[in-house]
Design a protein around this ligand. Structure first.
Ligand SMILES: [Zn+2]
Length: 331
């Protein structure tokens, strides 16, 4: 089981205790970040009739959580809790009928008299019609209902949806933290010096829910991803392909997520496997994991910049980012 993002858990707990929690919440993170675990924790907390709070020794952080024993918690555990709705689709997309089902659910009175919660685990697969139907609900939030959306791709949600939600972006664990977590998860056979590749079990833990990512399911996007990956490696290793990379960052809506994903995965490779791939070996020779981490941080900063300002100039942010990466790799 993935560890829950501690920072977001503290933040959400505080808002829960102060009763300032938004009624529509987006939890965003690239695969493996544990967004599902965070959403699960939050919904269980909202549902619980007798939640618990734990404060750390320094008295600086309090985390709330479901008691696990009240009537609501027990019903939720056995999947019989009547005031929670999971909205996911068997199909590739989440359609307007699914969202209408959610709206009808919210209109009914809560059986247990507390809150009603809806979880949409793959919000990025909503159709435009579905998103517009959801928008109506978000515009008239009811006091005792919470809608939690999970997505790995904020760019594919309508800006009007995003602007009506509180967005919590989480990052996957990398480096030592990831390694520690894998050991905790009883996958202790994964070692720094091990020449064996990762077991499937470990892979499942580190990379979850890949099937809906366009670069893995759509042939054309997959090819674009491969080309983008090559541009980035050319740039990191040899200072080449700068213009091609920049034009991708400007024009391709997935580019910043891809930058984040590629660097993050590269860092994981450092810790988790002995490389046999020639390019990876070259990267390990030329770029230390500390440098890679600096690049990753710069990418996150740029990504935040683009997401937080509607008017953010992708050209400018992209140029700045490549300059920063260049300074980091070739000081
Ligand atoms: Zn409870």
């Amino acid at each position: 089981m993935l560890q829950i993002c501690h920072e977001k858990q503290v933040q959400l707990s505080r808002q829960y205790q102060q009763d300032t929690l938004a009624h529509a919440i987006i939890i965003q993170g690239i695969e493996g970040a544990g967004q599902g675990a965070l959403a699960k924790w939050l919904i269980e907390l909202l549902i619980c009739q007798n939640p618990l709070s734990t404060t750390n020794a320094a008295g600086t952080e309090t985390i709330s959580e479901a008691c696990g024993q009240c009537k609501a918690c027990l019903l939720k555990k056995s999947d019989n809790y009547p005031d929670h709705l999971l909205l996911k689709s068997e199909n590739k997309t989440l359609g307007v009928d699914d969202i209408r089902r959610g709206n009808a659910f919210l209109e009914k009175t809560a059986h247990l008299g507390k809150v009603k919660t809806i979880l949409i685990p793959q919000a990025q697969v909503m159709t435009i019609a579905a998103a517009n139907a959801l928008l109506k609900t978000l515009e008239e939030p009811s006091a005792n209902s919470y809608i939690v959306l999970i997505t790995d791709d904020l760019d594919s949600l309508l800006p009007t949806i995003i602007s009506r939600c509180a967005v919590y972006a989480i990052r996957p664990m990398i480096g030592e933290a990831l390694l520690a977590q894998l050991k905790v998860s009883n996958l202790g056979d994964v070692q720094l010096s091990s020449s064996a590749p990762l077991t499937n079990k470990a892979n499942d833990t580190a990379y979850i829910n890949l099937s809906h990512l366009p670069e893995l399911t759509d042939k054309i996007v997959h090819q674009e991803f491969q080309v983008f990956n090559q541009y980035l490696l050319d740039y990191l290793l040899h200072g080449q392909s700068e213009e091609k990379l920049l034009s991708q960052i400007v024009d391709n809506k997935y580019s910043l997520r891809w930058l984040e994903k590629i660097t993050c995965n590269l860092m994981r490779e450092y810790y988790l496997v002995n490389a046999t791939d020639q390019t990876l070996l070259l990267i390990k020779q030329k770029i230390s994991v500390q440098v890679l981490n600096q690049i990753y941080q710069a990418i996150i900063t740029s990504n935040k910049l683009i997401k937080s300002y509607l008017q953010a100039n992708r050209q400018f942010v992209g140029e700045q980012l490549l300059m920063t990466i260049n300074d980091i790799v070739r000081p």
